[in-house]
Design a protein around this ligand. Structure first.
Ligand code: PLP
Length: 393
């Protein structure tokens, strides 16, 4: 049976290769330390779990509207108003199966064959594949390490053509931890609004910013920018709820209605119990976030300082999210590695640590290490990294 052209256009996640190899080794009893995780290592807070248990006990176990339960759409609209400064009506909100499905529905709702979607690189692996799946063409804009990997309008401009339909922004950023400053978001936002180019604003890591930096939602900047923006977010990273699968999108009603229509003919609705838990997450006090943030901050500093002590490795200090993105170009040369894939394999075999090569994010010569793991793991894992490298050189 020949598979569809659509599905043949996309590749499975390249990070899976390393992750499965790490799992294989672990299953064989090898003590592998994973730096590949894209999820917080904290447990989902108890009050959120309680809300889910209550939903089950109350029999809240049936289909919900495809757009999400009204209570949750309202909670999202309230959150976006009070925390992000964006005025959306609940009718402009759709509840999705994580941010990933919000992005997927958005692509399918707005992209036609041949449309171009601008994606800053390095990029989260899913963006280009979803664009291709929808029939569009990803156009990459390389951001620069020297500018902290934060996209600028000057970098964006040359990538814009009459076929540009959308620009994907992710701030705070996976995989680099970069954060686009408010002034730059203003410039990018006005530029897109003037040309009617859509902005998909992925804000999954909004709570995770450091050194006093405050996240800005691009749609909050002005009404004309809001009109071309779809704001995407999820409870996955913010509330340590990756497995619950609750995300959302908010934006122009016409686009949100199209995304709801896709829900109604695909998933029907997000799990009813998880939606009730999400209401609790969004409406109850979020005191625990401060503690999580300070743990991440401590790990971030330690990881970056320690990476910089490894020969051939240099790492800038990320401003957000929970990833470090060290430059290993010098190490590749010194250690005679063919590329960052080979280095990642070497580290897995020799140091028993799992890292993701920058090539997986369209940016060779770098590695991504998540610090969403315990301080003990970080200390031990980086010690092994350094020893393996020193042995090789
Ligand atoms: N967007 C970015 C930038 C991410 O890093 C991730 C997860 O790794 C997602 C979206 C997907 O999040 P969710 O688990 O809510 O689908």
């Amino acid at each position: 049976m020949e598979l569809s052209r659509r599905v043949r256009r996309i590749s499975p996640s390249p990070t899976m290769a390393i992750t499965s190899k790490a799992k294989e080794l672990k299953a064989k009893g090898v003590d592998v330390i994973g730096f590949g995780a894209g999820e917080p290592d904290f447990d989902t807070p108890d009050h959120i779990k309680e809300a889910a248990k209550e939903a089950i006990d109350m029999g809240f176990t049936k289909y919900t509207p495809p757009a999400g339960i009204p209570e949750l759409r309202r909670a999202v609209a309230d959150k976006l108003r009070s925390e992000n400064g964006i005025d959306y009506e609940p009718e402009q909100v759709v509840i999705t199966d994580g941010a990933k499905q919000a992005l997927f529905n958005l692509m399918l709702s707005v992209i036609d064959d041949g449309d171009e979607v601008v994606i800053p690189s390095p990029y989260w692996v899913t963006y280009p594949e979803q664009v291709k799946f929808a029939g569009g063409t990803p156009v990459f804009v390389e951001t620069k390490e020297i500018k902290g990997f934060a996209l600028t309008l000057e970098e964006l401009k040359p990538a814009i053509t009459p076929r540009t339909k959308m620009v994907i922004l992710c701030t705070p950023h996976n995989p680099t931890g970069s954060v686009i400053p408010k002034e730059e978001l203003e410039r990018i936002g006005h530029f897109c609004a003037e040309r009617g180019i859509l902005i998909a604003s992925d804000e999954c890591y909004e709570y995770l910013t450091y050194d006093g930096f405050k996240h800005t939602s691009i749609a909050s900047i002005s009404p004309d920018i809001k009109e071309v923006t779809v704001t995407i977010n999820a409870l996955s990273k913010s509330f340590s709820m990756t497995g619950w699968r609750v995300g959302f999108a908010a934006g122009p009603k016409e686009i949100i209605d199209a995304m709801i229509k896709i829900n109604s003919q695909s998933i029907s609705n997000v799990n009813s119990i998880a939606q009730k838990a999400a209401v609790a997450a969004l409406t109850k006090p979020k005191g625990f976030l401060k503690e999580w943030l300070s743990a991440f901050d401590e790990r971030r500093r330690y990881m970056v300082e320690t990476l910089n002590q490894i020969p051939g490795v240099s790492c800038i200090m990320p401003k957000g999210a929970f990833y470090a993105f060290p430059n290993v170009k010098e190490l590749l040369k010194l250690g005679n590695f063919k590329d960052d894939w080979e280095l990642a394999e070497f580290l897995l075999e020799r140091a028993k640590i799992a890292v993701v090569p920058g090539s997986a994010f369209g940016y060779p010569g770098y590695l991504r290490l998540s610090y969403a793991t315990s301080m003990e793991n970080i200390e031990e894992g980086l010690k092994r990294f350094k020893e393996a490298v020193e042995e090789r050189l």
